[in-house]
Design a protein around this ligand. Structure first.
Ligand SMILES: Nc1nc2c(c(=O)[nH]1)N[C@H]1C(S)=C(S)[C@@H](COP(=O)(O)O)O[C@H]1N2
Ligand SMILES: [Mo]
Length: 417
């Protein structure tokens, strides 16, 4: 694929279509009972608040059999993503796995190979983690803008299982095999290969990793990897292997399509006067943010000459690293501080997004550009689109550049509908 060229062309086409309808279409927001106007709370949506659709919209999805249920950012209404709104990626389609016949093998370079049924896994200590899972391709392709969601995942920690199996001193890499398989042509040989990813024994032994069987309090749905998937908080989606069948310790790293051909970033790096092309593995997630939507509140009594027009807010998300601050830029102007919103402490955690909002007041009618950037607690700043880190990148994975969305603020006559 040639993402860049296609991206530009599609963006322009979609933009023109959307612009034609601009200012007329307001999505009805949720209208819960009045929960107050507490500052710094993105949700619940405030009384009378409506969401404005962005003028720029993602391109139609050309691969619905691989990527499904992509989040429409305008429809983000809660901190945790409901299962029905949670995207899916399946490179080899969804395999049929019978949970009753299923068992998980832990083998390879271990002292004591293990086989565990689902009941045996469920009988082990239970651990939960709230984690924002983002596909490493998100925002890298014209249609792929909503491959992200946050859920509370529950399962049993992986590290004690590895310890029980006893990784041999020679073991350096843990391979996670999925039940799904597909045709691959590798150096002119056609093979049927299972989905798999590996990570180092040290990374796999991190106490936060889960063999997960529950999502948002429900049994893990089939499309999200039932009966059991790996949940690797802080890692891109690709590392979170679904439909697990076998965990295998080896003494070499796996070099399959999902480790060494796809999910590889090719980037030009400047070293003195020389350009060095680095090909790196896609693993841990990167610092990122996105404007989610613009809302408008029509104050009560409006249109009666009270003189107060509609009030606008920008709501967004920031993730991929511990977030210190988020800033918003309007029409290329100065960076302005957004408010990091309070969410339920049971949901919010080290590995989840932060929701933020910015009080826009009453912007002038017409088209506006809304950009956001996240700043991590270690001082890193989400890169601008013209940062060499981004411009030097040829492949589409790990697209964490600042995102600009366009919105049309309706003219006063249209406001008083
Ligand atoms: N077995 C298996 N696991 C997989 C995949 C896959 O195709 N097969 N896709 C990966 C990718 S690329 C992503 S982004 C996440 C998506 O998880 P979700 O479908 O639960 O949202 O699953 C990962 N785990
Ligand atoms: Mo992905």
């Amino acid at each position: 694929m040639e993402p860049r060229e296609t991206h530009e062309r599609t963006r322009r086409a979609v933009f023109l279509q959307a612009a034609a309808a601009a200012g007329l279409a307001l999505l009805p927001g949720l209208r819960p009972p009045d929960l107050g106007e507490a500052a710094g709370q993105a949700f619940p949506t405030r009384t009378g608040e409506e969401v404005l659709p962005w003028l720029d919209q993602p391109a139609p999805n050309p691969v619905p059999q691989i990527a499904g249920g992509l989040l429409r950012w305008e429809e983000l209404r809660s901190f945790l993503t409901p299962i029905e709104q949670f995207f899916t990626v399946a490179h080899y389609g969804q395999p049929q796995v019978d949970a009753h016949a299923w068992s998980l093998e832990v083998g390879g370079l271990v002292e004591r190979p293990l086989t565990l049924t689902l009941d045996e896994l469920r009988a082990r200590p239970r651990q939960e983690v709230a984690f924002t899972l983002e596909c490493a391709g998100n925002h890298g392709l014209p249609f792929l803008h909503g491959a992200i969601g946050t859920a509370r995942w529950a399962g049993t920690p992986l590290a004690p299982l590895l310890a029980e199996a006893g990784v041999l001193p020679r073991g350096s890499e843990v391979v996670f095999w999925g039940a799904d398989a597909g045709e691959e042509e590798i150096r002119e040989t056609k093979v049927t290969q299972h989905f798999a990813r590996s990570m180092s024994v040290a990374d796999a032994s991190d106490p936060t990793l889960l063999l997960c069987y529950e999502m948002n309090g429900e049994p893990l749905p089939a499309k999200h990897g039932a009966p059991v998937r790996l949940i690797a908080p802080g890692w891109y989606g690709i590392a979170n292997v679904k439909w697990l069948t076998r965990i295998e310790v080896r003494d070499t790293r796996l070099q399959n399509r999902f480790m060494a051909r796809d999910y590889v970033t090719l980037r030009a790096e400047q070293r003195d006067s020389e350009t060095v092309w680095a090909e790196t593995w896609v693993g841990r997630s990167l610092l990122k943010s996105a404007p989610a939507h613009v809302t408008t509140t029509t104050p009560t009594g409006m249109g009666t000459g009270a003189g107060t027009g509609p009030h606008y807010r920008i709501i967004g998300a920031a993730w991929g690293a511990p977030i210190a601050r988020v800033e918003v830029r309007l029409d290329g102007g100065p960076w302005l501080p957004a408010t990091i919103d309070r969410s339920d402490p049971a949901d919010e955690g080290e590995f989840t997004w932060r929701l933020w909002s910015y009080d826009w007041g009453s912007p002038t009618p017409g088209e506006h550009a809304v950009t956001s950037r996240a700043i991590a607690t270690d001082g890193r700043v989400q890169p601008a689109p013209d940062d060499p880190w981004i411009t030097g990148k040829v492949t589409y994975w790990e697209s964490n550049a600042q995102i600009t969305r366009r919105v049309a603020i309706p003219a006063a006559a249209l406001r008083a509908k």
